[in-house]
Design a binder for this molecule. Structure first.
Ligand SMILES: [Zn+2]
Length: 847
C-alpha cells in the first residue's frame, strides 16, 4: 500500500539531538516559531532530514550562517539538508517558521480553542509546529520562550522566568517532541500541593477558563490520590517542582500526558454534582490517574517507534485500572472493564480492522489508537502479572525502571525484563503482542473415580494478513465448587500452551462444578456447553465475583439469543435474577447483574455462532425480556428502588454511586410497567446529574420524553458538556425507528457545533450506539453517518477516521445491509481529496 510504514524498516536516527531552544511569538494567523537544534552526526556524510508539514519556512541558518536553497531540499513533508552543507562535528541549526493556529481545525500541532492557544503533538503533531526529527526515539532537553499577550503562558518543565508578555520554561528531562506542550490564554487555576515520598513539595495547578473554577475540586483530589498511589504501589515519585493540568474544550482525544503539562478534554476535568454523573466522576479520576502514571510509563521511558505504542498505553491502562480498583470500585471494576473490552476490542478483533497490540505496518498512526492497543494491551500486562505473581511483577517493573529510565524502548525490552527477573522463557507469551484475534477456548469435562479432568482446545480465527494462528500461552484461572456450594479447589492458574491440553484434579468426593476463567484471567471467548441450572448455581454460589456476574451474563445472553429467534423468556434466568435482586450482594454488583447485555453484544454473539443477527428482533427481544423481568419481580424491584434512594448531599464516592446505579437499573425495568411514572417523578426531583440523566434516558427509551428533553435543554443550553449528554442520550436510546430522523433534526439544531469533537461524537456516537436505529433496514442510518464523515474529513480527519469504526461490523449482517454499508464505504472512499486517515480506514474496512 502506498505510503505504508513498516516496523521492519526501523533505523536509528543518524544524528543525536541534545538541546532544543524554541521561541514562540504568538499570533492567531501568523505565529512565528524559531528553533535552535543542537545536533551531532552519528556517522559522517548522512543528510539531515527534519519533518515539517503545513509550515512556512522563513529562514534557515547553520551555526549562524544562512543556508542557500542549493544546500537543502524543501518538500510538503519536510526539509532535507545535503551532507555537503553539514560540518563534520556538532552544530546548531536555526530555523524560523510561520504557522496559523487559528486556521488549524484538525486540532493537531498548535491550534486555538475559544481564544486559547494549545497543542496536541502525539503522535505526529510537532511537525506542524516546526521542522524537527518528529519521532519518539529522538529525546532532547527543551527550553521554551513564549511571547504573547495572554495572561497565562505555559509549557513543559519548571518555570525559568517571566515578565509582562513573556514566559520561559525549562524541562530538565529529555523527551520526544510528541510530549511537547504549550498553552496560552485567559485561564484561572485551582491550586494544591503534594509532598513526595522523599519530601519534595510539588505545586499543583488545574487550569480552566474563568467561570469553570468551581468544578475542579474533584480533579485536584484525583491528581493527589494518583501521585500517592504511584508511590505506594510502584515506588514512582514525581520529578518536577510543578505539575500543571489544563482543560480544553476542543480536543480530539481524552487527554494527553505532556511532561509536567497535561492537557485534558474539559469533559475529563470539570465536574459538579449538578453537571456530572457518577460515571463522569469515575472516568475523570481514572484518566487523571492514567495521564499522571504516564510520567514514568511513557515520558521517562518512552516508545522507540509508534509500533510500540502499547508499550506505554497497555501498561498505563493496566495501571489506571488497578488504581481505580484500589481507591474506588474494588472487584466490580473488573466487570466494568471486561464489558468495555468485549464491546470494543473483541468487536474490533472479529472484523476487518483486527490488528495485533503491536502492529507491524500502518499508513496513518492516528488510526492505531485503538482498543486493541489500549485495552487488550492492558489485558496482556495483567496476564504477565498473573503468570509471575504480584511479587514477581513488582520485581520486573523495578527492573524495567532501573534498566530503561531515559530510553525509548520496544516490546522486546519489556518482555526481557520479565524473562530476566523471573527466569522464565516468554517467547510463546510474546504472541499476545504480535498476533491479532481473540482465541476461542472450548472446554469439556470428565469425572471418573475421584479424578476430574478439564480438556481445553484453543482456536483463533484468521485475521487480515495473519492466516496462521499458532497456540498461545493462556493463563486459565480455575476453581472447583462442590454441589452444595463449598469451594473444594481454590483458584488455581492453569497454564495452557498447546492447541489441546488436559488438566486433572484428584481426590474429589463428588463431581465438582467448575468455575473457569475466574476474574477473566485471559482475554478469550470461553465456549462451554452447560446447563442453565449450572449457570444459575454459579450466579448464586461462585466465590469469584466476576464469574458470578459472568454466569448471569451467560444466561441473559442465551435467553436474548433464543428470544430474538422467537422463544419465550427463559424462566431459569428470571428465577435467578430474582434471587439476586432481593439479595445482599453489594449494590454496584447487583446493578451490573440486572443490566442486560447490549444489543450489539447479542449481534456479536450471534455472528460468532454463525448466525445472522436481525437488529429489530434483538431490540424487541431485549425490551420484552426487560418487561418479563419486571413482571416477575415487580415488588422486589420496587422495594429495591425505594430502598436505594441516597439521603443527604451528593458525593461521588463508590458507595452511594453503587446505590444510584442499582436504583436506576430497577427504574429501567419498572418503567416497562409503570408507564414511566417513577422516571418522571425522579426527573423532576433529582438534584444530581446521575439521576436526572438516568431518568431522562429511561423516558427516552419508552418514547415519552418530549417534555423532559425540552426542560433539560432549557436548563442546560449554556453548558456544552451537559448538552453533549442531551444529544447523546436521546439518539442512543430513542426507539430505533425514529433514530435516523432524529439525527437529521439534531444535526440541524443550532447547538450542533459540529467542528467541536465532543459535540460531533455525541451525535454520531449516539446514532451508532442505537444498534437497531443505526442498522435500520432502509439504510437511512448509514447514509446520515457517511454524509457527516465526508463533511468532517477535510476539517478534522483524525476524528472522522476514528468514527468510521462504526462500520467495522458490516460483515455480521444480511446481504441487503452489507450492500448498503459497502455502498456508503465506497462513497466515502471515492470522495475527492479524502484524508490519508479516512482513506486508510475505508480501505481496511472494505478489506
Ligand atoms: Zn495513555
Amino acid at each position: 500500500m502506498d505510503g505504508t510504514t513498516y516496523l521492519s524498516d526501523y533505523r536509528p536516527y543518524p544524528f543525536t539531538l541534545d538541546r532544543v531552544a524554541l521561541t514562540f511569538r504568538l499570533s492567531p494567523r501568523a505565529t512565528r516559531v524559531t528553533a535552535a537544534l543542537s545536533l551531532s552526526p552519528r556517522e559522517a556524510g548522512t543528510p539531515l532530514h527534519l519533518d515539517g508539514e503545513q509550515i512556512k519556512l522563513i529562514s534557515l541558518a547553520l551555526d549562524g550562517t544562512p543556508l542557500t536553497p542549493a544546500d537543502y531540499l524543501l518538500t510538503e513533508t519536510g526539509l532535507t539538508i545535503h551532507p555537503a552543507a553539514l560540518p563534520e562535528g556538532a552544530f546548531t541549526l536555526q530555523t524560523e517558521v510561520e504557522i496559523a493556529p487559528e486556521e488549524n481545525t484538525a486540532l493537531e500541532g498548535l491550534y486555538m480553542s475559544k481564544g486559547m492557544y494549545c497543542t496536541q503533538c502525539e503522535a505526529e503533531g510537532f511537525r506542524k509546529i516546526t521542522f524537527y526529527p518528529d519521532r519518539p526515539d529522538v529525546m532532547a532537553r527543551f527550553h521554551v520562550r513564549i511571547e504573547g499577550d495572554a495572561p497565562v503562558l505555559l509549557s513543559n518543565g519548571n518555570p525559568a522566568g517571566q515578565g509582562p508578555g513573556w514566559a520561559e520554561w525549562d524541562d530538565p528531562w529529555p523527551k520526544p517532541a510528541y510530549l511537547f506542550a504549550l498553552v496560552a490564554g485567559d485561564l484561572v487555576a485551582t491550586h494544591g500541593t503534594f509532598t513526595t515520598m522523599s519530601g519534595n513539595k510539588v505545586d499543583l495547578n488545574i487550569w480552566v477558563r474563568p467561570g469553570d473554577e468551581n468544578r475542579t475540586e474533584f480533579a485536584l483530589g484525583a491528581l493527589q490520590r494518583s501521585m500517592k498511589w504511584d508511590e505506594e504501589t510502584y515506588g514512582r515519585e514525581y520529578d518536577l517542582s510543578l505539575f500543571n493540568l489544563v482543560a480544553v474544550d476542543d480536543f480530539n482525544m481524552g487527554a494527553m500526558e505532556n511532561k509536567g503539562l497535561n492537557i485534558f478534554n474539559s469533559k475529563l476535568v470539570l465536574a459538579s454534582p449538578e453537571t456530572a454523573t457518577d460515571l463522569d466522576y469515575e472516568r475523570i479520576e481514572a484518566v487523571i490517574g492514567h495521564e499522571y502514571f504516564h510520567n514514568w510509563t511513557g515520558d521517562r521511558i518512552t516508545c522507540r517507534d509508534w509500533f510500540q505504542l502499547c508499550l506505554k498505553e497497555g501498561l498505563t491502562v493496566f495501571r489506571d485500572q488497578s488504581f481505580t480498583t484500589d481507591v474506588r470500585l474494588g472487584p466490580v471494576k473488573r466487570i466494568d472493564d471486561v464489558i468495555a473490552l468485549r464491546g470494543r476490542q473483541f468487536r474490533e478483533d472479529a472484523g476487518p480492522l483486527a490488528h495485533p497490540p503491536r502492529p507491524d505496518h500502518y499508513r496513518e498512526i492516528n488510526n492505531f489508537y485503538t482498543s486493541t492497543v489500549y485495552e487488550k494491551g492492558a489485558e496482556v500486562v495483567g496476564m504477565l502479572k498473573t503468570l509471575v505473581g504480584a511479587g514477581g511483577y513488582r520485581k520486573a517493573l523495578d527492573l524495567y525502571f532501573a534498566r530503561h529510565d531515559g530510553q525509548a524502548c520496544t516490546i522486546e525490552d519489556w518482555i526481557k525484563v520479565f524473562e530476566d527477573s523471573s527466569g522464565r522463557d516468554m517467547s510463546q507469551f510474546k504472541r499476545w503482542y504480535t498476533d491479532a484475534g481473540t482465541p476461542h477456548l472450548k472446554v469439556t469435562e470428565n469425572f471418573n473415580n475421584g479424578t476430574y479432568t478439564l480438556e481445553f482446545t484453543q482456536e483463533t480465527k484468521p485475521t487480515p494478513g495473519q492466516p496462521e494462528k499458532p497456540p498461545r500461552l493462556i493463563p486459565i484461572a480455575v476453581g472447583l465448587l462442590s454441589p452444595n456450594g463449598d469451594e473444594v479447589v481454590p483458584t488455581t492458574i492453569l497454564e495452557m500452551t498447546e492447541a489441546t491440553q488436559s488438566f486433572t484434579f484428584t481426590g474429589l468426593a463428588t463431581k465438582p462444578v467448575p468455575s473457569i476463567l475466574r476474574n477473566f484471567s485471559a482475554p478469550v471467548v470461553l465456549e462451554r456447553e452447560t446447563s442453565a441450572q449450572e449457570q444459575a448455581f454459579l450466579l448464586a454460589h461462585d466465590t469469584d465475583l466476576f464469574n458470578r456476574w459472568e454466569a448471569g451474563r451467560n444466561l441473559a445472553r442465551a435467553t436474548l439469543i433464543a428470544m430474538s429467534g422467537g422463544a419465550e423468556p427463559d424462566s431459569a434466568y428470571l428465577d435467578a435474577i430474582g434471587t439476586l435482586t432481593a439479595g445482599t450482594t453489594e449494590p454496584a454488583f447487583r446493578a451490573l447483574a440486572l443490566r442486560l447485555p447490549g444489543e450489539d453484544e447479542i449481534a456479536q454473539a450471534l455472528f460468532a455462532a454463525g448466525a445472522t443477527p436481525d437488529p429489530e428482533a434483538i431490540h424487541r427481544a431485549r425490551r420484552t425480556l426487560m418487561r418479563a423481568m419486571a413482571q416477575r419481580h415487580e415488588a422486589a424491584l420496587a422495594a429495591t428502588y425505594d430502598a436505594c434512594a441516597v439521603p443527604g448531599p451528593y458525593t461521588p464516592d463508590a458507595g452511594p454511586a453503587g446505590l444510584r446505579s442499582l436504583r436506576l437499573a430497577c427504574l429501567g425495568l419498572l418503567s416497562t410497567l409503570d408507564g414511566g411514572a417513577r422516571a418522571k417523578r425522579l426527573f423532576t426531583e433529582a438534584t444530581n446529574m446521575t439521576e436526572s440523566l438516568g431518568a431522562l434516558g429511561v423516558l427516552v427509551a419508552a418514547g415519552d420524553a418530549a417534555r423532559e428533553l425540552a426542560a433539560f435543554r432549557e436548563r442546560w443550553q449554556g453548558n456544552a458538556l451537559v448538552m453533549d449528554k442531551w444529544f447523546l442520550t436521546q439518539l442512543s436510546l430513542c426507539p430505533p425507528g425514529q433514530a435516523a430522523e432524529l439525527a437529521e433534526t439534531l444535526a440541524a439544531d443550532p447547538l450542533f457545533d459540529w467542528k467541536n469533537p465532543n459535540r460531533f461524537r455525541s451525535v454520531m456516537g449516539g446514532l451508532s450506539a442505537n444498534h437497531a436505529g443505526f442498522h435500520r433496514a432502509d439504510g437511512a442510518g448509514y447514509r446520515f453517518y457517511a454524509d457527516w464523515l465526508i463533511r468532517l474529513d477535510p476539517v478534522n480527519p483524525q476524528t472522522a477516521a476514528r468514527l468510521s469504526t462504526a462500520f467495522e461490523t458490516w460483515r455480521r449482517y444480511d446481504p441487503a445491509r452489507q450492500a448498503l454499508i459497502r455502498a456508503e464505504l465506497r462513497r466515502i472512499a471515492d470522495t475527492p481529496a479524502l484524508s490519508r486517515d479516512l482513506s486508510e480506514m475505508t480501505a481496511r474496512l472494505l478489506g
